[in-house]
Design a protein around this ligand. Structure first.
Ligand code: C2E
Ligand code: CA
Ligand code: CA
Ligand code: CA
Length: 277
């Protein structure tokens, strides 16, 4: 009990009342979805701004609900986090993403895949072992896996997070801080984490052309990341204008609707083929 009190991000959230009849029904559906292949991954490219090369693909989960259609992760990840289903869900995502990484290796076009970790996963001591097993199962080198951890999750459990990230980094896995700038990272802490990439939160990128202060913040984060020896990616790039700003600011890479929306693996491959030629 003492422990849960420290976890700001897990504090009771009335919008995630897992006991309401609607939520209970959804939870039952979600359990079945997990075992019946309705939870699928879409992929969105990460593009290097200097070379134009595709440097990776972020796996984003979607629920293909037989009645309700495509459900976005924001509608069920919080529920999974509050009910213990996040563990099996994360295993499923990791396994599917690494299976896809293997397909790309076999096709002669290896690509780093990025998997989102929930805040809860940082408290799971079994995670490094589970990641190692999944990498071995699919014969994917650790360097082709990147784990994205949100800034707020890191700061909620800094000691535990630092231990876990150290283990994952030792294994050769790349680590990215997601939603950077939206939270409250202590800069002192940042320098002690074995992070390879910072992802600037899209809230600063979406209106960069209209909001000089957003552009200023993005520029500052890029410089900060570089000074700490990290690469910096901007998410939420929706316009050519934003892309130009970021190039001027020396941002390393970008992700966003302007480049490509998250799409099925098949559509991703088509997009990649067209992009290369
Ligand atoms: P995130 O990790 O910050 O992912 C970025 C979100 O921004 C994605 O929403 C993506 O579709 C969206 N996005 C990408 N480009 C643009 C753009 O140019 N403009 C705008 N407005 N949005 C853009 P999505 O796929 O709905 O995912 C929402 C959140 O759900 C993710 O935020 C992540 O926190 C969580 N999530 C997704 N997949 C997983 C997963 O497999 N496991 C866990 N634990 N969380 C996941
Ligand atoms: Ca992410
Ligand atoms: Ca993000
Ligand atoms: Ca987010």
């Amino acid at each position: 009990i003492a422990k849960t009190q420290n976890l700001g991000v897990f504090a009771y959230d009335p919008s995630v009342d897992a006991h309401s009849p609607a939520k209970l029904a959804l939870l039952g559906d979600l359990r079945r979805a997990l075992s019946s292949g309705q939870l699928v991954l879409h992929y969105q490219p990460k593009v290097n701004l200097t070379s134009g090369e595709i440097v990776g693909a972020e796996a984003l989960i979607r629920w293909e609900h037989p009645v309700k259609g495509l459900i976005s992760p924001d509608a069920f990840i919080p529920l999974a986090e509050h009910t213990g289903l996040i563990g099996p869900l994360t295993s499923h995502v990791l396994d599917s993403a690494l299976a896809q990484a293997r397909i790309w290796i076999d096709a002669g076009a290896p690509l780093t895949v990025s998997v989102n970790l929930s805040a809860r996963s940082l408290l799971d001591d079994g995670l490094p072992q589970q990641v190692a097993e999944s990498l071995a199962k699919h014969r994917v080198p650790a360097e082709l896996l990147e784990l994205e951890i949100t800034e707020s999750a890191l700061m909620a459990e800094p000691v535990q997070a630092q231990r876990l990230l150290a283990m994952l980094a030792l294994m050769g896995i790349r680590l990215s801080i997601d939603d950077f700038g939206a939270g409250y990272t202590s800069l002192g802490q940042l320098k002690n984490l074995p992070i390879t990439e910072i992802k600037i939160d899209k809230s600063f990128i979406l209106n960069m052309g209209l909001e000089p202060s957003d552009a200023l913040i993005a520029h500052s984060i890029i410089d900060l990341g570089h000074n700490l020896g990290m690469t910096v990616l901007a998410e939420g790039v929706e316009t050519a204008e934003a892309l130009n700003h970021l190039t001027t600011f020396d941002c390393d890479s970008a992700q966003g609707f302007y480049l490509c929306r998250p799409v099925s693996a098949a559509a991703f491959d088509e997009w990649r083929d067209a992009y290369r030629t």
